[in-house]
Write a protein that binds this ligand. Sequence first.
Ligand code: PMP
Length: 444
Amino acid sequence: MGIEQEYVDRNPRSAALYAEASIRLPSGVTHDARYQRPFPIYVDHARGAHKWDVDGHELIDYVMGHGSLLLGHNHPVVLEAAAAQLQKGTHYGASHEAEIRWAEAVCDLVPSAEMVRFTSSGTEATLMALRLARVASGRPSILKFERHFHGWHDYVISSSSYGAATPPGVPETTLESVVVVEPAMHTVRETVAARPDIGTVIVEASGAGMGAIPLAPGFLRELREFTAQQGLVMVMDEVVTGFRWSPGGVQQVEGVTPDLTALAKILAGGFPGGAVAGRADIMERLSFPADRKSSKVGHPGTFNANPLSAVAGHAALRQVADGEAQRLATSSARTLQAGMNQALREFGIPGHAYGDASVFRLLLAGQEPPEGRAYNSSEIPVALAMAGTPPETQRLLNLAMLNGGVQYFGNGGIVSCVHSAADIAHTLDVWRTTLAALRAEGHL
Ligand code: PMP
């Protein structure tokens, strides 16, 4: 039986729910990344590194709450904090102590964080970071890198995996204030010299698309030196990498301190939440001026630092503060990648599993991996990473992995600290079966 037919036969309840969903939800989904042909699976519940779909299959989960669950589903410490808060109320419409403790935890961990403003998502965090940066630099335009993803608001959707160069619905005038370039220092220098209206540079700390397209080693450091020299505000998007690459994110690993940092995901312990953190003199642009007359940067937001996200986030940040969770997740991700590359070699299939920290990518193109080991993203040629796996191969690969009980996240996956050695070994068995199935269907 073919991969797709097996998927359809295994998942009748998901298929039925998808048919209902398609009546009320465009394309039947609520996030572009969850769109999957012929239909996505529907999940009923989750625990640790696993989740169970509505057709009763247990799946090893490599989506991990889009990266928000470094500690796995329902970590007891986070659950306990959230359950206690539920009894106390979910929204006071007032200041509360948990938001102070949450902000302190952020400042304790993230090197650039002197002050914090909470938002409800990563998208809102980059939106606010850019607004603050415009005020601090006094210049209206922004430099952004090709394919770097910073959420879906008008200033950043262009040239990301979710938006074309001219995305429908974004005003021309907005696009004129966003200059998109390749992440190469010579291009950055030339562009900034030619466009004196640029006052801000925003960069995805991992490289584009959660590290799918690598940054050259040393690029962030050079960018920091250049932006400081030029008086440009550097915004580091650590929505994915924050608290994952290390307790203090990429900035701690690389020793590069941006002016502002956008955070979300792990920040809120699996609940909705984001934050902008950074230099006190820039963050103070949000403060009310003593005379109450001069203008400030405005920022309301009904769910900013809501008590549930605040206590869950605080509990999660304390849990990941010593670096052990990151170490475990990274080690499992590297074992997984090494096994995948070993299988590619054995099958004689061109491709690489690669990645940094506990995020990995699958690339079925280019050359066979020279060794059966984990590869850092900086070892993968940019042109190859940009080209990616042919979409139909990727789609069938994801269906075949689901047939074996493994859910990937698009073209890769995200590992938690509770994925066990048995989970990794099982995933590798499914990977081999998948490669064989794809080959049998003429895709590899
Ligand atoms: N920045 C990066 C690097 C992201 O990966 C994401 C989400 N995947 C965002 C920003 C947007 O975050 P959110 O989905 O919480 O709006």
